[in-house]
Design a protein around this ligand. Structure first.
Ligand code: FO1
Ligand code: CA
Length: 304
């Protein structure tokens, strides 16, 4: 089957990896709202999380960055007076240097991404949702923050009052994105943060409509398990924005976009209420520990 994954960082990377382990090469459409420029380098954290995970190089404990990193460059940057709150490893910096050089030479982010994936032996198709700049901005009681300022520098401690995707109305889907959605047999919405990862993908003009109208079986994995986020601030954000902090609250956000909600065994009791919204529901173990867990979940997603 043709499988397309809509991905943020870690959740998308793990689902995509599971699909690869299950023997299918997915198209992975990735959020770029987290992208940032630091030390003159273009950094695409979600693309790199998917890239490194599929290449078998990522740091599994942290979820981002490369395994076995060293930080000589960052240490020296600090000595030179650079602000080094964003932890960039020596090998990770090579990715950002290569990406930035090629973007400056005129290549599109989608082209550079395909080159990096090929160089690292990744056979899945990695697609930034757009080649244009979309910047996720977070409104908090302390004002509007750039995404990485909110997430990393301030450790997602601020209440989120609103999320804005600067530039999204003018953005165009990158080559292949709409086809990947329209032509899929199975479309997986990864267990990523709906507000910070999935909406900036769906919000690129044409993408939400392609998801609405695709003939694919559309499956979302809940990023909320037992009332808590598997990773990151999804629970806090659902709460401050007035949504149920549960797989049911997530399902409501995906009404009309998704056919099947996959919820964790811990949330089996929510299945009837989610079915009442019109979804099919699969109850299973959604916590993808190691490779075996990822492959098992992917096989269940492909079987819906
Ligand atoms: N996340 C952190 O929490 N702290 C960091 O210092 C950090 C550095 C970093 C460097 C490269 C990269 O590709 C990702 C990095 N991330 C870091 C993750 C990144 O901020 C992601 O956007 C978040 O995990 C949200 O998905
Ligand atoms: Ca992210």
């Amino acid at each position: 089957p043709r499988v397309t994954v809509l991905a943020g960082g870690v959740g998308g990377a793990r689902v995509a990896h599971g699909v690869v382990l299950a023997g299918v090469r997915p198209d992975v459409v990735v959020n770029v709202g987290d992208d940032t420029e630091l030390h003159g380098l273009w950094i695409s954290p979600d693309l790199d999380t998917v890239l490194y995970t599929l290449a078998g190089l990522n740091d599994e404990e942290r979820g981002w960055g490369l395994r076995g990193e060293t930080y000589a460059t960052l240490t020296q940057l600090a000595a030179l007076g650079e602000d080094t709150w964003f932890t960039l490893g020596d090998k990770d910096l090579a990715t950002h240097i290569a990406r930035t050089a090629r973007l400056r030479a005129g290549a599109a982010l989608s082209e550079v991404t395909a080159q990096l994936a090929a160089a690292l032996g990744v056979t899945a198709r990695l697609l930034p949702v757009t080649d244009d700049r979309v910047a996720t901005l977070v409104d908090t009681p302390s004002g509007r923050l750039a995404f990485q300022e909110y997430f990393v520098r301030r450790r997602h401690a601020d209440a989120v009052l609103d999320v804005v995707f600067e530039g999204i109305e003018e953005a165009r889907p990158a080559p292949g994105v709409l086809d990947a959605v329209a032509g899929a047999d199975v479309l997986v919405v990864a267990p990523s943060n709906p507000f910070l990862s999935v909406f900036p993908v769906l919000g690129v003009p044409g993408v939400r409509e392609a998801v609405r109208t695709t003939t694919a079986r559309r499956v979302a994995v809940s990023p909320i398990v037992g009332g808590q986020a598997v990773k990151g601030p999804a629970a806090q954000i659902l709460e401050t924005l007035g949504h149920d902090v549960s797989a049911l609250g997530v399902a409501r956000l995906y009404t009309g976009l998704v056919d099947v909600m996959v919820v964790d065994d811990a949330d089996a009791a929510l299945a009837p209420a989610i079915r009442d919204l019109g979804f099919d529901v699969v109850v299973t173990d959604t916590i993808m520990g190691g490779a075996a867990g990822r492959e098992r979940l992917a096989r269940e997603l492909l079987a819906v």
